[in-house]
Design a protein around this ligand. Structure first.
Ligand SMILES: *[C@@H]1O[C@H](CO)[C@@H](O)[C@H](O)[C@H]1NC(C)=O
Ligand SMILES: *[C@@H]1O[C@H](CO)[C@@H](O)[C@H](O)[C@H]1NC(C)=O
Ligand SMILES: *[C@@H]1O[C@H](CO)[C@@H](O)[C@H](O)[C@H]1NC(C)=O
Ligand SMILES: *[C@@H]1O[C@H](CO)[C@@H](O)[C@H](O)[C@H]1NC(C)=O
Length: 419
């Protein structure tokens, strides 16, 4: 009797334990579990093309990819260009796709392979940028934080800079202070994610700035978890494999000057309260500061570039919170060793790169990249800006941003780093 009760108790405890194990296991390695599940439940048909051992895993993966793709994309719009061509034909009988097809023609969409006038020099430049990036990612003697982690180990909140356009199959990683307002506008037009009185915006410059930077306007990877749950990582990987991925970068030190100019030289209430006040208190020995930025500016209380550099080098800063996106390193925003970018644009060659990219994406008939008339921070100002920054700080600052310099092929600014 007692034995039976003990047995039942053990059984109950065992079940609870197993359930806990399953929950924990599923949460940690959701996708791995999924592979296992599918490969086990796969019917064992004779394989007409037997593949060697290591290939087998890949085979299952692509099977799962295909299955998940079909399953999940039924609710999404289908975007991959080649797929679009092959899958649309049988659907033409039904009126709805025909209509959307017509709409696309009316809007000037041109899915036919048109003769793109690619400039061979630009192609070579692009291949070179991607080669440098790949080589340094593969070079084990070049190290920086987070380099060795896998895509699966990147937390969701760090994927908030990857904007997805499912209509054209494009992923853009935005880097603040690198023409990101205009590229976000382009993404809004392409993905039709924002309506103006019921009609999607057609002209990037028509989109008001405040909408451009409102994160609810964009579909970013960090939102996938809420939408797709367990499948989100897998879906991201499918999209990363199939879509064209791009980012724009600029000289890291010039980007810092640009960030400083726009956030601390202009009156910005949010940056004043969040960053300027603590910096002035800590590095300028001020105790009481005005509550509004306009009062502070009229009292001559402004953060200096030197304060800003001191803040970046202060180990306390990162202990409180990760760097703000305007000065966070590009490798932390865009994960260039985990994501194989198809196109690396540079602000220094923005006009040529933008034209080439839009041709590459086959959307150059749809829109033009907005020309920028703003007073852009120039590389030639660097020496002046850093003139009053101590040499030791400049060297530490270079170390802090070295990965961005190296990965994106910016030469080490020797003139600033030597006496
Ligand atoms: C790897 O990186 C190191 C240091 O960054 C460099 O000296 C070396 O030349 C690189 N090796 C290759 C094969 O690129
Ligand atoms: C962003 O857009 C959403 C929806 O359009 C709106 O509810 C929200 O107030 C906006 N946020 C800001 C900060 O403007
Ligand atoms: C900071 O201010 C306090 C009082 O306002 C003063 O005693 C101290 O010497 C100042 N320190 C520096 C480094 O300026
Ligand atoms: C651009 O900005 C710099 C420094 O902020 C200033 O000296 C220069 O006059 C500006 N140029 C124009 C054309 O506004």
């Amino acid at each position: 009797m007692a034995k039976a009760r003990l047995f039942r108790l053990w059984l109950a405890l065992g079940s609870v334990f197993m359930i806990l194990v399953i929950i924990v296991y599923w949460d940690n390695v959701g996708t791995a579990h999924f592979y296992l599940h599918t490969s086990l439940s796969r019917p064992h048909l004779p394989d007409p093309h037997p593949t060697p051992g290591p290939e087998e895993g890949k085979d299952f993966t692509s099977d799962v990819d295909e299955f998940l793709d079909k399953l999940l994309s039924s609710g999404l719009k289908q975007n991959d260009l080649s797929r679009r061509k092959t899958e649309q034909r049988p659907l033409l009988a039904s009126p709805k796709p025909a209509l959307s097809n017509m709409e696309e023609n009316v809007r000037g969409y041109d899915w036919s392979p048109h003769n793109t006038k690619q400039n061979p020099d630009q192609d070579r430049l692009q291949a070179e940028r991607r080669r440098v990036l790949r080589d340094f990612c593969a070079n084990s003697s070049f190290v920086f934080p987070t380099k060795e982690r896998s895509f699966d180990d990147i937390p969701n909140y760090e994927l908030n800079h990857l904007i997805v356009d499912d209509r054209h199959g494009i992923i853009y990683c935005y880097v603040p202070k690198v023409a990101c307002t205009n590229w976000k506008r382009v993404m809004i037009v392409l993905s039709e994610s924002l309506l103006d009185r019921g009609v999607p915006y057609r002209e990037p410059l028509d989109i008001p700035r405040e909408h451009v930077h409102n994160s609810s306007t964009h579909l970013t990877f960090n939102k996938f978890w809420r939408r797709y749950g367990k499948f989100s990582r897998h879906l991201m990987k499918i999209k990363l494999k199939k879509y064209t991925k791009f980012l724009f970068v600029r000289d890291p030190f010039v980007r810092l000057i640009s960030a400083f100019r726009s956030k601390f030289e202009l009156e910005n209430e949010e940056f004043y309260r969040k960053f300027a006040v603590p910096m002035l208190k800590m590095y300028s020995n001020l105790t009481s500061l005005p509550t509004s930025v306009s009062e502070a500016f009229s009292a001559g209380l402004k953060v200096s570039f030197s304060n800003f550099i001191q803040y970046l080098l202060d180990p306390h800063t990162e202990r409180l919170a990760p760097f703000n996106e305007h000065w966070r390193q590009v490798y932390r925003l865009c994960h260039p060793c985990q994501i194989d970018y198809d196109f690396v644009g540079k602000l220094e060659t923005l006009d040529e790169d933008a034209a080439q990219l839009l041709r590459l994406l086959k959307v150059d008939q749809l829109l033009h990249f907005p020309p920028s008339y703003r007073n852009r921070t120039a590389s030639s100002w660097e020496e002046d800006w850093f003139a009053r920054i101590p040499l030791a700080w400049r060297q530490q600052l270079y170390k802090l941003y070295e990965a961005d310099f190296v990965l994106f092929g910016y030469p080490k600014p020797e003139n600033l780093l030597q006496d």
